[in-house]
Ligand binder design. Structure first.
Ligand code: SAM
Length: 166
């Protein structure tokens, strides 16, 4: 069950310690069809709707070479999430699990990651399929699909002959 910001039976809230400034930079903004957590998918699907990732200057140059990959990893900041639950009840049924045993958006540092299909790069805009975040979600990073950098995973169909060099 999707939450707004309520606390459910079985859940445990804690006082958040003072922030340590990691110096994160929002490098862009993600545009999706979803304006509410009630309608956003729990996880993206690579046959899902086309979404647009807008990259801000001065980071556009950093996209050079990314078009060699058929799938990329998108890291984003789930900016509307609460950050103070250590136990959560995703089903809202009174049973709870630890935050780190879940992919819930509610976490001390609300990072979201998705491996998406890279459909096209048009200047400072990426067209992708496979996201699950709300329209306007801040973008933190883009990386080639991590599976191409693992010694156990062969290249995926649709990927150029690349990988393993960083
Ligand atoms: N795929 C990512 C992951 O596994 O790290 C995120 C998964 S999380 C379960 C996706 C859910 O987060 C969506 O269904 C929506 O309810 C919520 N969500 C999406 N964008 C958000 C945002 N900007 N702020 C807070 N919650 C968001």
């Amino acid at each position: 069950m999707v939450r707004e910001s309520e606390i459910r039976r079985g859940e445990v809230q804690v006082e958040i310690p003072a922030a340590t400034d990691a110096g994160l930079i929002f490098i862009g903004r993600i545009h999706t069809p979803w304006n509410s957590r009630m309608v956003a998918p729990r996880q993206g699907r690579q046959d899902g709707p086309l979404c647009r990732i807008e990259v801000f200057e001065p980071w556009v140059r950093a996209l050079e070479g990314l078009d060699r990959y058929g799938q990329i990893e998108v890291i984003y900041w789930l900016h509307l999430s609460r950050r103070d639950l250590v136990m959560q009840s995703p089903a809202n049924d009174g049973t709870a699990r630890g935050t780190f045993a879940l992919r819930s958006p509610v976490r001390p540092n609300p990072l979201g990651t998705s491996i998406v299909k890279l459909v096209a790069i048009e200047g400072a805009t990426l067209l992708v399929q496979g996201l699950d975040c709300l329209d306007g979600t801040p973008l933190l990073d883009l990386k080639p699909d991590r599976r191409l950098f693992s010694p156990i995973a062969p290249p995926q169909p649709g990927d150029a002959e690349v990988g393993g060099d960083v």
